[in-house]
Each structure stands twice: as structure tokens, then as C-alpha cells.
Design a protein around this ligand. Structure first.
Ligand code: XMP
Length: 515
């Protein structure tokens, strides 16, 4: 049994980020509802408690309150933001509405380092976001840090091991915030820091087995990193009780269906049902040029095909679960200064609308993890680099990379050109360095000359971008000779293409995909 630290969730949009920081310090963390009974925390043997921030004011009616007995457990507590106000409010201090809201970066001056601030400079830039302020300390407490607006921006009662800070140490904007968390975990709670992602796998395997029992699970496999890691994890936990469905919508890249089949069926021995639905998708897309209509048609057809497979499976066995590779959106971490993180969360393209109608229970074994953590899990499970570090590929696939009507012929042209780009990006060592690199088919014919003959053929655009989160992106500055070779190869090797152009638009105002 690993040492663990509890995070009580008072509704902060950073709760998951706190849990993640704790994992980064190699300590196991578990998020509990804010009103969890102290006796349960004791039974679970937690080494310490972190009370998260939250949008409420401790002064308002109905504000979320913890079980007061957590302060009598004799274990260290760190209150962050709302967690600080709680200590003031519940332990005999005083909290008042502040005349100005502290929001954004502020300067924290350390008055006393003690265990919490050990190893830090005297002054730090920290990220604040709160309305209330503590005006009187509870008995036994002393101030250890101040800001312009608050003489009690950081406080401690070292005897009882209670610490509280107004700022958010978990966000990157708080200078050396991670040191504060490390100090709390290692120096105050005495956690050794011997937990790792391999332990995450063991723990989730046990949890999945317990949840699923002898029932069966269905997973939609896309070949992307999230669903692949979910598949490998579930397979480790429940083996043959897992069945994956892979839908070939006819909009995949060259040999993609075979690659997925080889890896998951033949190598990992997963039960994968590969459904070739190319005809259905392409029939419905015939003549459609509007990007939004394309997306809707593809999404709807996917649900139909998937549902048909689910009905077949349910008739065959005790399938009661639908697993999804939902992640905790990593965008929230990089909230711009002064911005609202919630506004930044990208809408996820998971199969919305599926679950209810199909009467399946939802299983999301990696939904507390961030993208980079999921990659670590994938590595520990033995997934190959090409899967773990695969560039993002949109759900509607090549459907949004063919401008204009989608036909088999055009898809074939695009697939061949895209395969050449992929091969060259790999060979040149650029594939894993950029965010995405792909070809777009343009329904434009231009004149060219090949040998002595005049040609009149289509155009392929190269879209190669750098980005950290897909919210903004810029075109990658790759060497001209390298780009020239790609262009030559596509024009020489792909019949139907006589011109290659390079997309040099940034996002915004452009988007990464063309449709
Ligand atoms: P845009 O084109 O909006 O794309 O700049 C941002 C990122 O999202 C991907 N993308 C999608 N992913 N389903 C997905 O799963 C979609 O419908 C979809 N549309 C865009 C895109 O490849 C880029 O990484």
C-alpha cells in the first residue's frame, strides 16, 4: 500500500492540476469530495490533506464545508486559497470580503521560511484568484508570507502542521510553486516519493477488475494514443472480457486499417472487430462540399455503424460497459494570465450521444490523467513509439482534408501524397518535432509540363505546423531542400498531381485543418 495524500475538491478548476503535481512528486494522490468523512480519510491512511481552492466564499450561505473533524485527525493539512479561508473561518479566525479582488500575478514576500517555504527565495511571483481575505488569524497560527493586499497570504500553525496559502502553487505561473508542494509532501507529510506511473497501472488494473467483475466491455478504438492506451490498460486488467471496435470509414490514411489490425490483433492479441464501412460513408458523402455537413454526416454514420456492432455484441454476451479514452484536458494548465481556464477547454470529439441510448455504463480509466501522463502509461504498457507519439488525426479523417467533393479517386491521390510526406518527415527526423504534418487535396486544376507533355492536374497543399496545444499554431520553418524533395516526390510519384504548395498561415487566423 502506497503512502497517499488526499485532495479535497471544493470546486476549483485546478483540483486535477493539484493531483497531477502530487503525482509529479512521485506521491499517490486521491481526489475526494469536499465533505468526505474524516473517518474515511483515516481508514484510507492518508498522510496529509490538501484543501483545494473553489469559487465560493466561506461567508456565503451554503458554502461547501468539510467535515470539521479533519482538523482533529492529527495529520498535516495544506489549505490553498479557499482552503485558507476555511481554516480561518472554522478554526476561530476571521474572514472578510476584500475591497479588491486579487486576480492574477502578485508578489509574495516570505516572512518565515519554516518547512513549507524551505529552499525558496525571499520573494516570489505567485498566481492569485480570490475575493475574500483573512483579517484575524485563528489561535496558534502565525503569518509566514504577505502580499500587497493581505498580511495573511501564507500562514502556519507548525505545531498542528496546518499550513495555508492564498495563492495557487499548482499553476505554472506561480514561481517555484512545485517546491511548495514538494515541501508539503516530503518534509511535512513525510511522503517518501516512491510512487510511479507503473504503480498507477497496478492500481487501475485492480480498480477496473473490481468495477467490471465478470461483465464485458466495449471500446471504440481509433488508433490514437488515448484509445490505444485505454485498450492496452483494459486488456491487461480484463483480457478477453474486452472487445474493441475499429471502424474503417474510408477516410483513413494509407494502410491504416492493416496497421491497427497488425498491432492490436496480432501483436497484443486484443479482440478487435474491424468494420469496413467505407461504402456507407462514401455514399453518404457523395457530392457534399460543405465542411460542417461533411462532419455531421461522418459523425452520424459513425454512431450508426458503432451502434450496429454494439447490438451484435450485446446479443452475443454480457456486454454492459462502454470504455472511453477520455483524458483530463491538459489545456487548463496553461491558462493565460487574466484568462478564464474554463473558457479554454477544447470541446472533446468523443462520441457524444452514444452512451445513453445504448444503455451501457461508462468506464473512463484514464480520465484523471493529462496527455503526457497517458503517454507514460502507454510506454510502461509496451506500446510502440509510433502510437504513443503519433500526431493528432481528426475524427473525420481525410474527409476534412479533401476540399470539395470526396471521391475514392481523390482519396487515393491524397493518401499517396500523404504517405510520401509522412515517410520524408520520419526520414528527415521532423515527424516527432512538429505538431502535425499532412497533405490537403485541393479541387483546383492547374497547368504543368511533364516531359514534353502539357498536364492539367490537381494541387496538393502541405500543412506542417508547430504548436503546444492546438489552440494556436504556426507553420514550421523547414529547410527548403527538404520541402523541395517532398514536392518532387509527390509530383513524380502520385498520378493526378502536378503542383505542390506550402501553407504558410498561422492559427489564428487560420485553423490547422483546412475544413
Ligand atoms: P483546427 O483545425 O481547429 O484543429 O485548428 C485543432 C486540432 O484539432 C484537430 N481536429 C479534430 N480532432 N475531431 C478530432 O478528433 C475533429 O473533428 C477535429 N477537427 C480538428 C486538428 O487535427 C488539430 O490537431
Amino acid at each position: 500500500m502506497h503512502q497517499s495524500v488526499a485532495v479535497l475538491d471544493f470546486g476549483s478548476q485546478y483540483t486535477q492540476v493539484i493531483a497531477r503535481r502530487i503525482r509529479e512528486c512521485n506521491v499517490y494522490s486521491k481526489i475526494y469530495p469536499y465533505d468526505i468523512k474524516a473517518s474515511i480519510l483515516k481508514e484510507d491512511g492518508v498522510q496529509g490533506i490538501i484543501c483545494s481552492g473553489g469559487p465560493s466564499s466561506v461567508l456565503s450561505k451554503g458554502a461547501p464545508m468539510p467535515d470539521k473533524k479533519i482538523y482533529e485527525l492529527g495529520i498535516p493539512i495544506l489549505g490553498i486559497c479557499y482552503g485558507l479561508q476555511l481554516m480561518g473561518h472554522l478554526l476561530g479566525g476571521k474572514v472578510e470580503k476584500s475591497s479588491h479582488r486579487e486576480y492574477g500575478l502578485g508578489q509574495l514576500t516570505l516572512k518565515k521560511k519554516g518547512k513549507l517555504f524551505g529552499g525558496l527565495p525571499k520573494s516570489l511571483r505567485v498566481w492569485n484568484s480570490h475575493g475574500d481575505r483573512m483579517s484575524k488569524l485563528p489561535k496558534g497560527f502565525e503569518p509566514i508570507g504577505t502580499t500587497e493586499n493581505s498580511e495573511f497570504a501564507a500562514i502556519q500553525d507548525a505545531d498542528r502542521q496546518f499550513y495555508a496559502i492564498q495563492f495557487h502553487p499548482e499553476v505554472h505561473h506561480s514561481e517555484q510553486g512545485i517546491v511548495v508542494i514538494q515541501n508539503f509532501l516530503h518534509k511535512i507529510c513525510g511522503c517518501k516519493g516512491d510512487w510511479s506511473m507503473a504503480d498507477f497501472i497496478d492500481e487501475s488494473v485492480a480498480r477496473i477488475r473490481e468495477t467490471v467483475g465478470d461483465e464485458r466491455v466495449i471500446l471504440g478504438l481509433s488508433g490514437g494514443v488515448d484509445s490505444s492506451v485505454t485498450a492496452a490498460l483494459l486488456h491487461k486488467a480484463i483480457g478477453k472480457q474486452l472487445t474493441c471496435i475499429f471502424v474503417d470509414n474510408g477516410l483513413l490514411r494509407l494502410n491504416e486499417r492493416e496497421q491497427v489490425k497488425n498491432l492490436y490483433k496480432d501483436h497484443f492479441h486484443l479482440d478487435v472487430r474491424v468494420v469496413n464501412a467505407t461504402k456507407l460513408f462514401l455514399d453518404r458523402l457523395k457530392g457534399v462540399t460543405d465542411p460542417e455537413r461533411k462532419r455531421k454526416i461522418i459523425g452520424k454514420a459513425f454512431i450508426e455503424v458503432f451502434e450496429t456492432e454494439v447490438i451484435k455484441l450485446k446479443a452475443r454476451g454480457n456486454y454492459t460497459w462502454l470504455a472511453q479514452g477520455t483524458l483530463y484536458p491538459d489545456i487548463i494548465e496553461s491558462v493565460p494570465i487574466g484568462g478564464n481556464p474554463a473558457a479554454l477547454i477544447k470541446s472533446h470529439h468523443n462520441v457524444g450521444g452514444l452512451p445513453k441510448r445504448m444503455k451501457l455504463k461508462i468506464l473512463e480509466p484514464v480520465n484523471e490523467l493529462f496527455k503526457d501522463e497517458v503517454r507514460k502509461v502507454g510506454e510502461a504498457l509496451g506500446l510502440p513509439k509510433e502510437v504513443i507519439w503519433r500526431q493528432p488525426f481528426p475524427g473525420p479523417g481525410l474527409g476534412v482534408r479533401v476540399v470539395g467533393p470526396i471521391t475514392r479517386r481523390v482519396l487515393d491521390i491524397l493518401r499517396k501524397a500523404d504517405a510520401i510526406l509522412h515517410e520524408e518527415m520520419m526520414a528527415g527526423g521532423y515527424y516527432y518535432k512538429v505538431w502535425q504534418s499532412f497533405c490537403v487535396f485541393l479541387p483546383v486544376k492547374t497547368v504543368g509540363v511533364m516531359g514534353d507533355e502539357r498536364t492539367y492536374d490537381n494541387v496538393i497543399a502541405l500543412r506542417i505546423v508547430e504548436s503546444v496545444d492546438a489552440m494556436t499554431a504556426d507553420w514550421a520553418r523547414l529547410p527548403h531542400d527538404f520541402l523541395g524533395r517532398i514536392s518532387n516526390r509527390i509530383i513524380n510519384e502520385v498520378a493526378g498531381v502536378n503542383r505542390v504548395v506550402l501553407d504558410i498561415s498561422s492559427k489564428p487566423p487560420g485553423t490547422i485543418e483546412w475544413e
